[in-house]
Write a protein that binds this ligand. Structure first.
Ligand SMILES: O=C(O)[C@]1(O)C[C@H](CCCOc2ccccc2)[C@@H](O)[C@H](O)C1
Length: 151
């Protein structure tokens, strides 16, 4: 049975590669999607790759993942620092969660140092650029394998 995971991207990540390359790199979100799929395939994972600028759409995607997917990789983007609703949705669905940030949020403006999502994530990866997504997919596969072993 193929294992499906959700890779969810928050607001403004659709601008990736087009603006602020010094901070977020020159890869586009499409490049990141390709990297996620190339990483996932040999691990037996299918990817549902999404991006939204709307908090409620992201909450709906997390809720849908409860029955549609086995785990979540999420870059909540700006909602990392503001959204109790997104944090609560992730806590509610009870799936393994890997939070990823392209930049090292702890070396940026103070308002970016706290993420509500981190408190409900199994793992947080930040500062590795687009490679962080490959790390996140790989680590989520390990978390799921471990879950299978203990099941
Ligand atoms: O480093 C990350 O991945 C962030 O999640 C990116 C967010 C920003 C999303 C991308 O925004 C862009 C804005 C302009 C050009 C390209 C991307 C930022 O608000 C977080 O603090 C850290």
């Amino acid at each position: 049975m193929t294992t499906s995971v959700l890779v969810l991207n928050g607001p403004n990540l659709n601008l990736l590669g087009l603006r602020e390359p010094a901070i977020y790199g020159s890869d586009t979100l499409g490049d990141v999607e390709k990297l996620c799929r190339a990483t996932a395939a040999p691990l037996g994972l299918d990817i549902d790759f999404r991006q939204s600028n709307h908090e409620g759409v992201l909450v709906d995607a997390v809720q849908e993942a409860r029955t549609a997917h086995r785990g979540i990789v999420i870059n909540p983007a700006g909602y990392s620092h503001t959204s109790v609703a997104l944090r609560d949705a992730l806590a509610a669905v009870g799936l393994p969660v890997v939070e990823v940030h392209l930049s090292n949020i702890h070396r940026r403006e103070p308002f970016r140092h706290h993420s509500y999502v981190s408190a409900v994530a199994d793992t947080v990866i930040c500062g590795a650029g687009a490679h962080g997504y490959a790390l996140a997919v790989t680590h989520l596969a390990r978390l799921l394998d471990h879950a299978q072993e203990s099941a």
